[in-house]
Design a binder for this molecule. Structure first.
Ligand SMILES: Nc1ncnc2c1ncn2[C@@H]1O[C@H](COP(=O)(O)OP(=O)(O)OP(=O)(O)O)[C@@H](O)[C@H]1O
Length: 617
């Protein structure tokens, strides 16, 4: 018998409680996983960390002894002055003075050892964290890079890791020392005089409130300042990396004003912060002074009543100072730790992010023919899921043929190339290579079989040789030269005084567009790919460079499966089949050979309309 599911109505207050409990559980899990992550990060340096803990505790312990011995010294001095003529007076000073000297020296050595060890430890941890984070970033899907700005990613590698390292180092140095000193001083203070300590503790709440309330406000101001600082750096970074565009639009003045405004805002916030830090410091000094005065006043009365010696009062004052300093630094550290935990959470969030398509793993083929087939592909980009780019897309590119995709901007031509490279996965449908499902193949291996040349080749700021070798790092010099020859690049490379060792500048800025493109072609063909994707490879060039590059491409297209994404007819003419594309629905408007399309009047006009340089028809 069919039974209707029973709907249980949960009152909204209970729902709220459930949500809160869930949020709390999630936050607890986050904390636990953060602790686990930090532990795995520091585990390789566990021994080093033990040494750091030992040196910190030993240094703090010695510092606690200093007021006691100073007190002894003062007692000897004051008792010596009353019996000034006693010959033993000066020699009595020697023992506590030597003890104090020994303590100070030991503290110096321990401080040195501690700081050096912490520095090694901090750098090791930061190195591991950076490497893990960078490795996690480079293995992410392309969708990840669509939704995260490169500046922000670099920021995580630099600022977030630096924040984490700094606070972590502070925690193991200052934190350990402060805790030991606070506990030790408190014991010492109670031992010298319990009433005096209780009186002093009575004044503490004022200082505590001051430190916390004002401290929180200062931290907020500092956070705002940091954001504005980041924005100002963003403005400067964008202008510097796009200097050619800025210059071409004569926008220097505008950008100077833009940056100037950002700096004005930053200066105003920093001034405000400076003012409040001054106020904070002043108020803290007055409060601490009042506290000291209270101790001195009440302590002095105890000395007058012979309930305390002068040396003990001195020792008490010094211990109070140590305890105060430790408490203040613990307060500051607490704030920093919250900030660093946020940075660390962000960093580990990326480290744990699993890409939908991992960079390797899967099937490989011992022999690739290069037969490509797209079957019933549906696709939209993960960053824009509501915008369908491909709808029931079907295309067969037989082995060794050239298929040209042309059509209006945004019709999905480059997307098809990205799916073939497995930069993205189709929502449904299958891409086949030699009859094998691409989604079961090793992505790295697959990309080795594909040469990709686009409109704006990206070169790295290193030598021509290194750039060509990027496609195959173990290629011999002869192979590199042969690839350069095929790409019509050899003559211009050899005309440079440094030849293959010529540095190409950032993004290849020291080369012409045609030269960059030919190096990109050499780089692509060095892999000897079975499949070639040419995404408007010549459209950014003038007609003379275009001819040289096209000659090079004609050579490398032979005997390969080629997918040409084109606006220009010169490339399309070489195609065995032309596919005229339009936007969803129905991506493909027409398909056929050049002559077939020309023969169909309607198709001719569709093609004509889709080509940006239609005058060449
Ligand atoms: N990384 C991306 N994230 C989100 N949407 C994207 C992304 N890349 C492209 N698109 C969108 O997908 C659609 C198809 O883009 P695609 O680049 O494939 O078109 P195209 O035909 O190659 O265009 P063009 O000829 O202008 O290069 C466009 O609407 C575009 O805005």
């Amino acid at each position: 018998m069919h039974q209707e599911p029973i709907a249980i109505k949960i009152p909204s207050a209970t729902r709220k409680q459930i949500t809160l409990a869930k949020q709390q559980r999630e936050s607890e899990q986050r904390e636990i996983s953060l602790i686990r992550d930090i532990w795995s990060l520091i585990k390789p340096d566990f021994l080093l960390m033990c040494c750091i803990v030992l040196t910190a505790i030993a240094a703090a312990f010695i510092q606690l002894q200093t007021p006691i011995i100073t007190g002894e010294l003062i007692n000897v001095i004051s008792s010596g002055s009353s019996a000034l003529l006693a010959s033993a007076g000066i020699s009595q000073l020697n023992r506590p003075a030597m003890k104090l000297f020994g303590l100070l020296s030991a503290q110096g050595v321990l401080t040195f050892a501690h700081i050096s060890l912490v520095s090694i430890f901090g750098e090791n941890v930061a190195k591991r964290l950076r490497a893990q984070l960078f490795a996690a970033m480079v293995r992410q899907d392309m969708a990840f890079f669509d939704s995260n700005r490169s500046g922000e990613l670099v920021g995580r590698l630099t600022t977030d890791v630096a924040d984490f390292k700094h606070t972590f180092k502070q925690l193991v140095t200052q934190g350990l020392k402060s805790v030991t000193q606070t506990v030790g001083s408190a014991i010492h203070l109670f031992r010298i005089s319990t009433p005096l300590t209780l009186t002093m503790l009575g004044t503490m709440p004022i200082l505590y409130v001051l430190l916390n309330v004002y401290g929180a406000y200062l931290r907020k101001l500092s956070r705002v300042g940091k954001n504005i600082d980041g924005q100002a750096s963003g403005v400067a970074g964008e202008v510097i990396s796009n200097m050619r565009t800025v210059r071409a639009f004569a926008a220097e003045e505008k950008e100077m004003n833009h940056y100037g405004q950002a700096c004005d805002k930053l200066a105003a916030t920093s001034r405000k912060l400076g003012f409040h830090i001054g106020m904070f410091q002043g108020m803290t000094n007055v409060s601490i002074g009042c506290m000291v005065l209270t101790v001195l006043y009440y302590g002095g009365s105890l000395v007058v009543r012979n309930e305390l010696t002068g040396g003990e009062l001195m020792s008490y004052m010094l211990s109070t100072q140590t305890a105060q300093q430790s408490l203040v630094s613990l307060g500051v550290l607490f704030g920093q730790t919250i900030k660093a935990a946020a940075s660390a959470t962000r960093v580990f969030e990326f480290i744990h992010l699993e890409p939908a398509v991992s960079i390797n793993g899967g099937n490989t083929l011992s022999n690739v023919w290069g037969d490509v087939q797209f079957q019933d592909i549906e696709f939209s980009y993960p960053s824009r899921p509501d915008h369908q780019v491909l709808n029931s897309f079907n295309l067969h590119v037989p082995q060794g043929t050239t298929v040209a995709l042309c059509g209006s901007s945004g019709s999905g031509k480059s997307t098809i190339a990205s799916l073939l490279e497995r930069f993205y996965e189709p929502a449904s449908g299958t891409v086949f290579l030699d009859g094998n499902d691409l989604s079961e193949m090793d992505p790295s291996w697959l990309r080795q079989q594909i040469g990709f040349i686009n409109q704006e080749p990206v070169l790295f700021a290193t030598s021509i040789l290194e750039n060509i070798r990027y496609g195959k790092p173990d290629a011999t010099m002869e192979q590199v030269q042969q690839a350069a020859r095929q790409a019509n690049a050899e003559t211009f490379i050899e005309s440079f005084p440094e030849g293959y060792d010529t540095i190409v500048g950032e993004r290849g800025a020291a080369l012409s567009g045609g030269q960059k493109q030919r190096i990109a072609i050499a780089r692509a063909i060095l892999k000897d790919p079975k499949i070639l994707i040419l995404d408007e490879a010549t459209s950014a060039l003038d007609s003379e460079s275009e001819k040289i590059v096209q000659d090079a491409l004609d050579k490398v297209m032979k005997n390969r499966t080629v997918l040409v994404i084109a606006h220009r007819l010169s490339t399309i003419r070489a195609a065995d089949m032309i596919v005229v594309m339009g936007r969803v629905p129905g991506n493909i408007i027409e398909r056929g050979t050049h002559d077939e399309l020309m023969a169909k009047r309607g198709a001719y006009f569709k093609l004509h309309n889709q080509l940006e340089t239609a005058e060449q028809l």
